[in-house]
Design a protein around this ligand. Structure first.
Ligand SMILES: *[C@@H]1O[C@H](CO)[C@@H](O)[C@H](O)[C@H]1NC(C)=O
Ligand SMILES: *[C@@H]1O[C@H](CO)[C@@H](O)[C@H](O)[C@H]1NC(C)=O
Ligand SMILES: *[C@@H]1O[C@H](CO)[C@@H](O)[C@H](O)[C@H]1NC(C)=O
Ligand SMILES: *[C@@H]1O[C@H](CO)[C@@H](O)[C@H](O)[C@H]1NC(C)=O
Ligand SMILES: *[C@@H]1O[C@H](CO)[C@@H](O)[C@H](O)[C@H]1NC(C)=O
Ligand SMILES: *[C@@H]1O[C@H](CO)[C@@H](O)[C@H](O)[C@H]1NC(C)=O
Ligand SMILES: *[C@@H]1O[C@H](CO)[C@@H](O)[C@H](O)[C@H]1NC(C)=O
Length: 357
């Protein structure tokens, strides 16, 4: 833990800063965050494993090759944003920084009898709000725990844990005013412009939309309990709304409802599941409702216990859904009649897409 530990992040950030020079406008709305992450595993005094990663929202911009300390680009739009010579300069700065970083950390670790192996992590970045103001942040971690954070308002390092080691590192960091000034300039002052530049180059990646695919099935762990499972996957971006409807009414949060965290898939889409516990044959109708940006104002509605019919309903109100579900169960001809009149085929299996008022 030494003063320059975050400089990798600053150097990486410098390239974002350089992107500014060509000046463009962004036209994306919302709050956006840039994060630069460094993880260094100190195996012993002569062996350090280093990882570096740059993120815009959840999109990986690039990483450091741990053997050569060169930048690997993950997005085709990041590298062309700078001339080759600038990338060479940045890579050289990173290499020099990492050498110094490792040297200083090992020196400090020996001075304070820090046992090996240990992990040092640093995260720095900023977020820009729709009103074009920004908030910058920098955190230092030690062995997976919060260690120090940088307060942008008064340019001081705050202890996240009060130990001899954290106090020592705080003192070392605080001594380097040049470092604090760099953090301020790069993250606090230029964040808005930086992010706007990246939003311009990465517009297509940030606007990418993948519609959710939802399936509903049931499990019966006990004879008197039926678990209705709504599995939703393959969607991007991350924000989503998944609810259970009982007779067309949204089931409110409670002990019967259990919705998982949103988990990543390997292809930068997300998944989650929502489980509703009901009594078997309780006479109610149930449906899983999914709302997502990719669906616009429509919702995905997957009734439980219905046929494998695949239907797209346009202009169907939420209240009508239960009626439709009942109609499907009781009389298939009603279903077919409606379908011929006003429905189209959809690709989504076992689902009803409805436009809600
Ligand atoms: C340091 O750790 C590396 C990797 O675990 C190992 O190969 C090397 O022998 C160690 N060196 C010393 C001096 O302990
Ligand atoms: C801008 O938006 C952020 C987040 O909503 C808010 O905290 C901040 O106070 C706003 N700033 C101004 C100047 O409106
Ligand atoms: C960071 O920016 C905010 C808002 O522009 C400002 O109020 C604050 O003083 C700045 N902090 C530093 C350390 O410059
Ligand atoms: C900086 O601000 C933080 C939070 O407001 C406060 O806890 C800390 O004491 C301040 N440090 C200095 C040196 O003023
Ligand atoms: C912190 O350092 C002081 C003085 O060097 C020592 O007495 C104390 O035991 C240390 N505390 C911890 C938690 O290591
Ligand atoms: C910080 O700087 C002061 C004055 O230059 C020096 O006495 C002190 O030892 C330094 N502290 C650390 C932890 O480097
Ligand atoms: C929700 O589901 C998870 C995983 O199936 C389970 O561990 C947890 O206990 C459940 N919570 C409730 C409140 O039922």
């Amino acid at each position: 833990m030494q003063p320059r530990r975050c400089c990798l992040l600053l150097h990486l950030h410098l390239l974002l800063y350089l992107l500014l020079l060509s000046g463009t406008q962004a036209d994306l709305e919302g709050t956006f965050t840039i994060r630069l992450l460094q993880t260094s595993i100190f195996q012993n005094t002569s062996f350090v494993d280093t990882e570096g990663l740059g993120l815009l929202e959840d999109i990986e911009l690039g990483s450091l090759d741990k053997h050569t300390w060169t930048i690997r680009f993950y997005q085709p739009w990041v590298r062309p944003a700078l001339p080759r010579g600038d990338w060479d300069t940045i890579e050289n700065m990173i290499k020099i920084y990492l050498q110094k970083f490792n040297h200083l950390i090992n020196k400090g670790a020996m001075q304070k009898d820090v046992p090996y192996p240990f992990v040092a992590q640093c995260m720095a970045g900023c977020e820009v709000y729709p009103n074009r103001t920004s908030r910058a942040f920098a955190y230092v971690g030690y062995n997976g725990q919060d260690f120090l954070s940088f307060n942008m308002d008064n340019a001081t390092w705050l202890l996240s844990q009060d130990t001899n080691l954290s106090q020592y590192v705080q003192a070392v960091l605080q001594n380097y005013t040049a470092f604090s000034e760099l953090v301020e300039v790069l993250f606090n002052d230029t964040c808005v412009d930086d992010i706007e530049m990246l939003l311009h180059y990465g517009k297509a990646a940030l606007e990418r939309q993948e519609p959710p695919v939802a399936t509903v099935f049931a499990r019966m762990p006990k004879p008197d309990q039926l678990l209705l499972v709504c599995r939703v996957t393959g969607f991007y971006p991350r924000p989503i709304s998944v609810a259970w409807l009982q007779d067309g009414q949204e089931v409110l949060p409670g002990p019967a409802l259990n919705t998982s965290a949103i988990l990543p898939n390997a292809d930068l889409t997300y998944q989650l599941r929502s489980i509703l516990a009901v009594a078997p044959h309780d006479g109610h109708s149930y449906a899983c409702r999914v709302r997502h940006r990719s669906l616009g104002t429509r919702s995905l509605l997957i009734p439980w216990g219905n046929s494998e019919e695949v239907v797209l309903i346009a202009g169907l109100g939420a209240g009508l859904l239960a009626a439709v579900a009942l109609a499907v169960i009781s009389a298939l001809w009603v279903w077919r009649h409606r379908k011929h009149q006003q429905m189209e085929e959809s690709e989504s299996r076992n689902s009803i897409l409805s436009k809600e008022a």
